[in-house]
Write a protein that binds this ligand. Structure first.
Ligand code: ZN
Length: 181
């Protein structure tokens, strides 16, 4: 298995719209394995192929609170959506930044599994949030796009600051648990 390189905001490649997957072969399953390895290594709970510069519609997730097994979601489509939920989201492509984003609370998603089987699942809470966040990645959209332009410009400064001080160690033990998607 290989660790893949995660693109970081504002890399323009994160704006690429991913294409549907048509062949469910060994190459695809070994790519999915590398995606899982990369996600676990980065301590994220979700990763979209776009984030590793592979522009096909594939997402991996492992959200132990909701769905206690790893999920590989291919060619996802949201069929129904309802309700509203706000969560402070983080993203492996926007390291160190957490911001509140509005999402649908309940969604019905149709997707293909690694062997090509089509399934439908109802998702709510954190799982629903993650699926919406990752589908946005496949469409070239990032969670920071939901913020006001004022907040976004403040964010750019924050990111620059984080980059220059990345050698410092930060004790995060006292912070509430945050997840990167
Ligand atoms: Zn993300």
């Amino acid at each position: 298995m290989t660790l893949l390189n995660i693109l970081e905001y504002p890399d323009p490649r994160l704006r690429t719209k991913a294409e549907s997957i048509e062949s469910f072969d060994d190459r695809l399953s070994s790519f999915a394995k590398n995606m899982f390895k990369t996600m676990y290594d980065a301590k994220g709970i979700g990763l979209a192929a776009t984030q590793v510069d592979y522009h096909k519609r594939l997402i991996v997730l492992y959200i132990s609170d909701n769905q206690d097994y790893p999920m590989c979601i291919i060619n996802p489509e949201i069929i129904k959506k309802a309700g509203k939920i706000i969560y402070e989201e983080g993203c492996l492509s926007v390291p160190g930044i957490f911001e509140k984003v509005d999402r649908f609370k309940n969604i019905l998603v149709r997707y293909c599994e690694l062997d090509g089987t089509t399934v439908e699942i109802e998702a709510e809470g954190l799982l629903a949030i993650c699926i919406q966040h990752e589908i946005d990645h496949l469409n070239g959209k990032l969670f920071v796009d939901y913020l006001s332009s004022l907040k976004r410009s403040r964010l750019k400064k924050q990111i620059d600051k984080l980059k220059t001080s990345s050698s410092e160690t930060v004790d995060t033990d006292d912070l509430p648990q945050k997840r990167v998607i």
